[in-house]
Design a protein around this ligand. Sequence first.
Ligand code: SAM
Length: 205
Amino acid sequence: MFNTTAWNRIRYGLYAPVYDLVAERAFRDARRRALEQVNWHPGMRVLLVGAGTGLDLPWLPRDVELQATDLSPAMVRRLERRAESLGRDVQAEVMDAERLTYPDDHFDVVVMHLILAVMPDPAKGLAEAHRVLKGDGQLCVMDKFQADDRPASIARRGLNAVTSAIATDITRQAGPLMSEAGFLIEQDTPVMMGSLFRALLARPA
Ligand SMILES: C[S@@+](CC[C@H](N)C(=O)[O-])C[C@H]1O[C@@H](n2cnc3c(N)ncnc32)[C@H](O)[C@@H]1O
């Protein structure tokens, strides 16, 4: 399968100038609903992983401390510009979700929107999210997933060879992935295209 971190860095660098045109309106409602599932408190330390151009920023409370990471420098530059235009103080860094440089038990909330279906090894991304989250922290996920109760069909797996190389994996199952990473799912809400896109809120088990 042609889905590697090196390829993702290249392709998201190419997509960055047009990303908002494709994703801003399309995912507005889904990302807002996902973030509404979080139990927010002033002063929380929040990490956006694979934050892209920062389309989550308008939907985040203003009284939290924000850090954002992405694999693509072009995405991070756009996020910084968005943060500035919104008057938000965000520490943004180029970083691989599989190798976060933050200490253990550091964040109250980790947001992973539209990245678990993109990165080649989502289990590693979830393991890192689990490591940097505090014991009572919250993981906010919004992405497209195969239903938990049945594996992807052969046809879907065939199509996935193409979609995972140019866009996204369409065979991943949120429930098994998150429970194997040590998360307990508290909320699981279909938010777009029937139940293809789901908003999940989870805590370290
Ligand atoms: C579909 S976009 C989603 C962006 C943003 N989270 C959103 O909701 O609009 C996927 C993002 O994940 C980033 N990405 C892909 N693999 C990554 C990795 N291993 N570590 C960090 N970011 C990654 C890409 O550069 C891209 O910005």
